[in-house]
Design a protein around this ligand. Structure first.
Ligand SMILES: [Zn+2]
Length: 189
């Protein structure tokens, strides 16, 4: 029973994560009504890109399905089934997509289809040296992103790690922060 109380359930459609307690009351997603599935190790993350370094916006227009991402940090914690919010740095910083990680971190050279989107070809070699995962996108919100200003004004999201120490690709996100992101995205989209 102790273990079940730690268990979590996730919605495959919208990405909402709920506790066992909540699941015991209602087995359907409180946001969209889809049947919830057990997740043993679901953790939410923020993955950040710099549009000047990686032309993510160009690629997402051509492929909204899956994408390979570096996991330079938290290699032992990031797992298949985890959720991720995609954060763009720069002038229009904010969240532009949410997705699910569909592989465990592994050393794998970059998917050739993504190579042309790196502005500096030398960055591609990082994929041979570091671990990476594949993300499946659940929701792409490039037309109505959740921008940094809005996050900074929110009492929960203003504490996000990506806002406090914005260097790197992979950032911890709390479940409370994750659910707030889902809530705000659902409200506006
Ligand atoms: Zn849902």
């Amino acid at each position: 029973m102790e273990l079940m109380l730690e268990a979590e359930f996730a919605c495959r459609k919208c990405g909402k994560v709920v506790s066992f307690k909540q699941y015991a009351v209602d087995r359907f997603c409180p946001s969209c009504g889809t049947l919830l599935r057990l997740r043993l190790h679901p953790k939410p993350w923020v993955f950040q890109f710099n549009p000047a370094v990686y032309r993510w916006f160009d690629r997402i227009k051509e492929n909204r399905e899956t994408e390979q991402w570096l996991t330079s940090r938290y290699v032992k914690d990031i797992r298949e089934g985890d959720k991720v919010a995609i954060w763009a740095s720069g002038e229009k910083a904010g969240i532009y997509a949410i997705g699910e990680i569909v592989t465990n971190p592994r050393k794998s050279s970059l998917n050739p289809e993504q190579e042309k989107y790196w502005t500096n070809i030398n960055d591609i070699s990082k994929f041979r040296e570091e671990y990476s995962v594949v993300i499946k996108y659940l929701k792409v919100i490039i037309d109505r992103p959740l921008l940094e200003d809005e996050c900074r004004k929110d009492p929960i999201l203003s504490d996000m790690a990506v806002l406090k120490q914005p260097q790197g690709t992979n950032f911890i996100l709390t479940k409370k922060e994750w659910n707030k992101i889902i809530e705000l995205i659902d409200q506006e989209h």
